[in-house]
Design a binder for this molecule. Structure first.
Ligand SMILES: [Fe+2]
Ligand SMILES: [Fe+2]
Length: 212
């Protein structure tokens, strides 16, 4: 198996960051849950609202890429790194699906994605430096908050936006499994103050990304 030097790894992660932020990721490993004949009859107002919500979800998936990449760098255990890589591949599918849906809704990704990415990457490095149990604890709590957030979007999306709903439902089910993976591997329970801080920062992100 090829050994990557520190410089190799820095370059690889820069390339992953570039792909996450700049390339329109229509590539995905798993087929998008949308089927061609799913209903897509939305008024202009519904379309704009659905696009705002899907832009938030897309920004969340940009953060997920940054988190998993940062955590994969800092994880001590090789097995854990491999599990994180598997989850990161599924997150990449989510990113591609959200991107596809945004394009179908004639809208754009968040202009602030680079800031979401850098913020999430820095937090992931910090969590990983404390050790694998805390790294996993941070991951489990993030996924739990994402599941709650996606559940709330199922209540907010237009009833007849079947396509966005299918994507959000599929993502929610994956995020539940990512949380379970973190818990099965010994995630620590985070202090309540950290959880509140995470909720606050994600609420700032979701409010801004809905509009820009
Ligand atoms: Fe995701
Ligand atoms: Fe996830």
């Amino acid at each position: 198996m090829r050994h990557f030097s520190f410089l190799d790894q820095v370059l690889l992660h820069c390339d992953l960051a570039r792909k996450t932020l700049l390339v329109q990721p229509t590539h995905h490993q798993r087929a998008c849950p949308i089927k061609a004949d799913d209903s897509d009859a939305l008024s202009e107002k519904e379309k704009k609202h659905a696009a705002g919500l899907m832009r938030v979800n897309h920004a969340g998936e940009v953060c997920a890429q940054a988190l998993y990449q940062g955590q994969a760098i800092t994880a001590r255990s090789k097995t854990l790194r491999e599990k994180m890589q598997h989850a990161a591949d599924e997150e990449l599918d989510h990113l591609a699906w959200c991107n596809q849906r945004l394009q179908e809704l004639d809208n754009h990704a968040s202009y602030l994605n680079i800031f979401w990415y850098l913020g999430a990457f820095g937090i992931a490095i910090a969590a990983g430096c404390v050790g694998d149990r805390w790294n996993l604890g941070f991951l489990a709590e993030t996924e739990q908050q994402v599941v709650q957030h996606l559940e709330s979007h199922l209540g907010l999306l237009p009833e007849n936006d079947v396509k966005s709903r299918l994507i959000v439902e599929h993502m929610r089910d994956d995020e539940k499994q990512h949380r379970q993976m973190a818990q099965d591997n010994g995630a620590a329970e985070l202090p309540i103050m950290i959880k509140k801080l995470m909720q606050f920062s994600s609420s700032v992100m979701t409010r801004l990304a809905y509009y820009v």
